[in-house]
Design a protein around this ligand. Structure first.
Ligand code: SF4
Length: 308
């Protein structure tokens, strides 16, 4: 297994940049040039000068970095690192719901595949889903694939948010239970609780703050507590520890096996062998990119891949 320093040296020799998601293994995060959530990393891919971007994250993230940055070579070190929640929303399910709810805008979470994004009106993240849906001129919104995030958006906006598919979920966040949070709070009574909106309602209700991974990082700095209990995938704890934040997992079993498939070895192999290059059908890429851009336009955010 190569060391963090060896991987970093190799990346630099080949003029490649490593972007790693907050849920990656600690050593992969340590070797990365940037660590963040999926949207931050796609934006970063547009900003960096390097022509080769190695994306340490699951399939939909690498795919999104590729379709937002078609002039760059995006390498996914482990093509079998696939998000099961993204796979729950297929184009067939989308067609079925569009027929059932004609005229209802389709908002899809970034955690979905490019084919589905290409069918959407807007692509959102857990950080901006509430803001975007509240601005839509419609009372009924189709939202997929996470039904817990859909429920959270409905609670916060007062709109009728129809989840598609009906039971779409992240298995990692679903497995974090209210009793996990209670136990963690008993063990760390001074801690404040940060939860991801993919958690079930009962867990969200116990949290002092609900938000995306990057919002949780910001909240941990701003809330000023001595310690935190974190209801999300355990990879975020490494990022928080590096920032000097004392944080504990709501559940030590909240581990995403797909995120952990990427290792220093697979990153080094990807750079040395130049694979797997992420390719998205140009027609799908164009439509998916437009759905991301429409969300940016509505939210008044400029898209870095269009600045040049
Ligand atoms: S943590 Fe959940 S949503 Fe994220 S990649 Fe793993 S299964 Fe998918």
């Amino acid at each position: 297994m190569p060391t963090v320093q060896e991987v970093r040296k190799l990346l630099e020799e080949r003029g490649a940049v490593l972007l790693a998601h907050n849920y990656q293994r600690p050593e992969v995060q340590d070797a990365a040039h940037f660590v963040g959530d999926s949207l931050e990393l796609s934006l970063k891919a547009a900003e960096v000068d390097a022509k080769i971007v190695v994306f340490a994250g699951v399939d939909f993230m690498a795919e999104q970095a590729a379709f937002l940055n078609p002039e760059k070579v995006v390498l996914h070190p482990e093509p079998l690192s696939r998000c099961p929640m993204a796979a729950m929303l297929t184009p067939e399910v989308v067609k079925e719901y569009k027929e059932k709810y004609p005229g209802a805008p389709l908002v899809v979470y970034v955690n979905s595949l490019a084919e589905v994004k290409a069918m959407a009106d807007y692509v959102v993240t857990s950080a901006n889903a509430v803001a975007l849906v509240s601005q839509l001129d419609a009372d009924t919104i189709l939202f997929g694939p996470d039904r817990h995030l859909a429920e959270y958006v409905a609670e916060r906006t007062g709109k009728s948010v129809v989840p598609l598919p009906e039971l779409g979920h992240c298995p990692v966040h679903l497995a974090i239970t209210p009793s996990d949070v209670e136990r963690a709070k008993r063990e760390h009574p001074a801690a404040r609780v940060l939860a991801h909106p993919e958690c079930v309602r009962a867990v969200r209700a116990m949290a002092d703050f609900v938000g995306s991974t990057s919002q949780m990082v910001r909240a941990a700095r701003e809330l000023g507590a001595r310690e935190y209990v974190v209801a999300t995938e355990v990879g975020l704890l490494h990022r928080l520890a590096k920032l000097g934040v004392e944080a504990y997992p709501a559940s030590p079993y909240a581990v995403c096996p797909d995120m952990k498939k990427i290792t220093l070895e697979s990153v080094a192999r990807a750079v040395l062998e130049g694979r797997e290059v992420v390719r998205v059908d140009p027609k799908i890429a164009e439509k998916a990119r437009r759905a991301v851009e429409r969300a940016f336009e509505l939210l008044g955010v400029s898209a870095p891949w269009r600045r040049s």
